[in-house]
Design a binder for this molecule. Structure first.
Ligand SMILES: *Cc1c(COP(=O)(O)O)cnc(C)c1O
Length: 378
């Protein structure tokens, strides 16, 4: 018997070691990791410089409350703002970053209503779950947050009617990750941002999965020509240590005063010592260039695969979705890839999701493409 809740369906093997893009199970079987632990270990496993930063911090001090100046938080916040007018609040996960965003938007506007989109995913706590536009995620948990309305992703007509001066915030993923790698159209996002601005509604962009270099820039919003009021980040921010962040335009900073919001572990020194390094490496010319080249290599390679199991290929940078005919085909494909030594993820019902480390090499992408082609064609 297991001592754990059965809320995950787990493989019966365990990954016990990792190095770069390779991971190893208890029998020393090697796998190419195209999951990055669901978009977390963006700089690969066992990164020597990240390890060094962490060990240095371990030897100094682990934790102090948010009642003292924190130089490491200031540094990470400054890097996240990326020369724009953002201030940061640190927490420990994506869902907490979104909770903070919802709270800030309500307090800053004095309004209640939140607009979200069908098939979105924003997290598992009550606020974030309430703005997640998927009935199956909310089922059985009683009353959700009041005054949340959901609209079709990438469609503007109904939104034009609904987005008025009663709406505190719109929360959106620019690429819907969990539900199947659905990429927002730039024209739609620009129009949405404009509608928000007209109505004094805050635009919250959830970059928990798309951020930290995943799509070819620190945050993917930079490629859309918009300036969100609020950005949420987590997953890859500390390459595997738990940290989340909510960034908001500094004109909303004073909506949170001492006592308004908090988190005991938020901004923890161990996690932030790694985040501080992550933000340097992930924006280095070497990584940015590699994401561009390897992304092109993936999309070119995938486009050449002739298979009747393949419906669509979507994504940006190294956030890639391969839509297959149905969930059974997907299950089979993932299992075959695992047997071939390649770990992948699922998104939605029938989408094979690839989130490789941003450090993946040309040879490793060739290997992955070779195996994907073998499994899809065979
Ligand atoms: C994973 C994810 C979350 C939730 O993050 P947790 O750290 O699991 O709470 C929220 N939003 C998006 C877009 C995500 O991909």
């Amino acid at each position: 018997m297991s001592w754990l809740f059965p809320n995950y369906s787990r493989k019966d093997f365990e990954i016990i070691k990792g190095n770069g893009c390779k991971v190893y199970d208890q029998n020393n079987q090697e796998y190419l990791d195209l999951t990055s632990g669901i978009g977390v270990t963006n700089l690969g496993h066992n990164h020597p410089e990240l390890k060094k930063a962490l060990l240095q911090q371990i030897n100094n001090i682990w934790h102090m409350p948010n009642l003292y100046h924190s130089e490491i938080q200031e540094q990470v916040a400054c890097k996240l703002a990326n020369q724009k007018d953002y201030v940061a609040f640190f927490c420990n996960s994506g869902t907490e970053a979104n909770e903070a965003a919802i709270k800030l938007a309500k307090k800053a506007t004095g309004r209640n209503k939140i607009i979200s989109f069908w098939q979105s995913f924003h997290g598992r706590t009550f606020g974030s779950m309430s703005v997640t536009g998927q009935a199956n995620i909310q089922a059985g948990f009683g009353l959700m947050l009041q005054d949340v309305a959901y609209f079709p992703f990438n469609e503007i007509d109904e939104l034009k009617e609904a987005l008025d001066e009663k709406v505190a915030a719109v929360i959106v993923e620019l690429i819907q990750g969990e539900s199947g790698i659905h990429v927002a159209y730039q024209g739609w996002i620009k129009e949405l941002a404009h509608l928000c601005q007209q109505n004094g509604t805050l635009l919250i962009v959830d970059e928990v999965q798309t951020g930290i270099g995943r799509c070819g820039s620190l945050f993917v919003y930079e490629q859309y020509g918009i300036t969100p009021d609020i950005i949420t980040s987590a997953k890859a921010l500390a390459n595997g240590l738990p940290v989340g962040a909510m960034l908001a335009n500094k004109k909303y900073a004073n909506a949170f005063s001492p006592g308004s919001h908090g988190s005991t572990f938020g901004g923890n020194k161990l996690a932030l010592s790694v985040a501080n390094q992550v933000l340097d490496y992930v924006q280095s010319a070497e990584i940015v260039e590699n994401v561009k080249m390897r992304s092109q290599q993936f999309f070119d390679g995938l486009a050449h695969i002739q298979s009747n199991k393949l419906i669509d290929i979507r994504g940006k940078g190294l956030m890639i979705g391969i839509e297959l005919t149905d969930e059974y085909v997907l299950q089979h494909v993932m299992l075959q890839l695992e047997k071939e030594g390649v770990l992948t993820l699922k998104a939605g019902k029938n989408v094979l999701r690839l989130l490789p480390p941003l450090t993946i090499s040309q040879e490793e992408v060739d290997f992955a493409l070779d195996k994907i082609a073998k499994v899809l064609v065979g």
